[in-house]
Write a protein that binds this ligand. Structure first.
Ligand code: HAM
Length: 455
């Protein structure tokens, strides 16, 4: 007989199989692609919970969901994220369609949302539109803890306003989601990357500073120095970091408008008693940002500690063919949120068990039990039965395992009297009840509380 295992012990068996393969130098099974993972039934309730909290909070803030395709024409990402960014140069899953047009699995959600905004003339619906999305993104990065090639983001975009309050709202929305989930020890890093005008002047200053140091930059940064010097500030290599340390910062070079915008954003956050840190070297890995840029980091996550990032992108709508339209938003990595929840041992609400498990004394009662099962489901209660042909004892074991609140036992003798045995799995009380009254109880208000009377 096969010993039934839980989802967790299956993970040990998976490891054993891998070790066997390695030892014997053979491949027994096809694996999930590198950098991807299955979300198994044992973990799905965590995902449902996180998704429900996200939707509840975003609903409270007035965001409406948008679902864009998982792939887009490559050009969309090249033009919006930026030709010389890591995402575009190294991390996109790009492939031709049958007619040779280049498609890319979406590495992020902002560009597709702006494309959809323009394509569907959403500016005609309302001057300011607040959208949210939730779903998989794809980046061909080197996998490591918290970094995947397929990962899930939820994100929001407010399109059509330059109000600093919108920047603050975006940050507060993210924090509200984390608060509701019970995540703690988060740091908010914030900066302003200026606008087209002040950034151009700053880039000249930065280039001048880097000019006689460029031989000491890493090979990628040497290239960045000519193509997109701002990206040098984003380099994680120690030598470059040391050089950047002394570099002029954009915050000291903002134009009047960008400076007062930043001051207002910060004053909204202060007003809400939000503790944040100004990080003058925060530039983010996407080129479309203007003015506010921010990241929310969770200290214990290690190298991949950013659980959310975003900012203002006032030029993107225009760059993608629309009229000048300011916008601001953020996206958060859901795997990283779930890892942080596990690390911080946040207790999630207990899984709701099944209302009723229908067990039969013998296979002869299968038809009657099945009819009853459907009647119960039709009365809007969750119900299930076992199809493996196991004994009553093994059916009761299943009922316990799936945390059924009640078990209905269908037996020959009881059925002849139009009755079943109803067992309260918690109190272990059981008694015979008429099938009609059981269904009536079920049909009452569809709640198992009605069943209490029957037991
Ligand atoms: P991003 O910083 O590239 O921004 O990604 C946002 C979040 O997605 C990160 O903070 C991280 O939590 C998660 N993330 C990114 N890459 C991975 C990965 N390989 N594996 C796991 N999680 C990952 C954006 O995507 C912008 N579109 C955000 C935005 C929206 N800005 C304005 N509106």
């Amino acid at each position: 007989m096969i010993k039934r295992l839980s989802w967790n012990t299956n993970i040990d068996i998976k490891k054993e199989k891998e070790e066997k393969e390695e030892k014997e130098g053979i491949i027994l099974f096809i694996r999930v692609p590198k950098g991807t993972q299955d979300i198994l039934p044992g973990d799905i309730s965590k995902w449902y919970y996180v998704e429900d909290v996200i939707k509840e909070i975003l609903n409270k803030y007035g965001y409406i969901e948008i679902r864009t395709p998982f792939f887009e024409y490559t050009d969309l990402f090249v033009r919006s994220i930026g030709e010389s960014t890591d995402i575009v140069t190294k991390e996109m899953f790009t492939f031709p369609d049958r007619k040779g047009r280049s498609l890319t699995l979406r590495p992020e959600g902002t560009a597709p949302v702006v494309r959809a905004y323009l394509e569907n003339s959403m500016n005609r619906i309302s001057k300011v539109i607040k959208l949210f999305y939730l779903g998989p993104m794809f980046r061909c990065e080197k996998p490591q803890s918290g970094r995947f090639r397929q990962f899930n983001q939820f994100g929001i975009e407010i399109i059509g306003t330059q109000a600093p309050a919108a920047d603050a709202e975006v940050i507060l929305t993210a924090l509200d989601v984390y608060k509701k989930l019970g995540l703690k020890n988060l740091e908010i890093l914030i900066n302003s990357v200026g606008c087209k005008r002040c950034r151009a002047d700053y880039i000249q200053k930065l280039k001048k500073y880097l000019e006689n140091k460029k031989d000491f930059l890493c090979s990628e940064c040497k290239e960045r120095y000519t193509k997109n010097p701002l990206r040098v500030l984003d380099c994680k290599k120690d030598d470059c970091k040391e050089i950047i340390e002394e570099a002029p910062v954009i915050i000291d070079n903002l134009c009047q408008e960008c400076e007062s915008h930043f001051t207002e954003v910060k004053s909204y956050l202060n007003d809400q008693k939000i503790i944040f840190y100004e990080d003058p070297r925060l530039v983010r890995g996407l080129d479309y940002y203007t003015k506010t840029a921010f990241e929310i980091v969770s200290g214990k996550l290690g190298a991949q500690n950013s659980i959310a990032g975003g900012g203002r992108y006032d030029d993107l709508v225009e760059e993608l063919g629309g009229s000048p339209t300011p916008a601001v938003g953020f996206a958060a990595g859901m795997e990283r949120m779930i890892i942080a929840l596990d690390q911080q041992k946040v207790a999630l609400p207990p899984k709701k068990g099944l209302d009723i498990f229908v067990a039969k004394v013998s296979e002869k009662n299968q038809d009657r039990a099945f009819r009853l099962l459907q009647q119960i489901r039709n009365a809007n209660l969750s119900a299930d039965m076992d199809y493996s042909g196991g004994s009553l004892k093994s059916q009761m074991r299943i009922a316990n395992k799936i945390k059924a609140r009640y078990t209905v036992i269908v037996g020959e003798e009881e059925i002849s009297k139009n009755m079943v045995i109803l067992r309260n799995m918690h109190t272990k009380e059981q008694k015979e009840v008429k099938i009609d009254s059981l269904i009536k109880y079920c049909q009452g208000d569809g709640s198992t509380d009605n069943l209490k009377e029957a037991v």
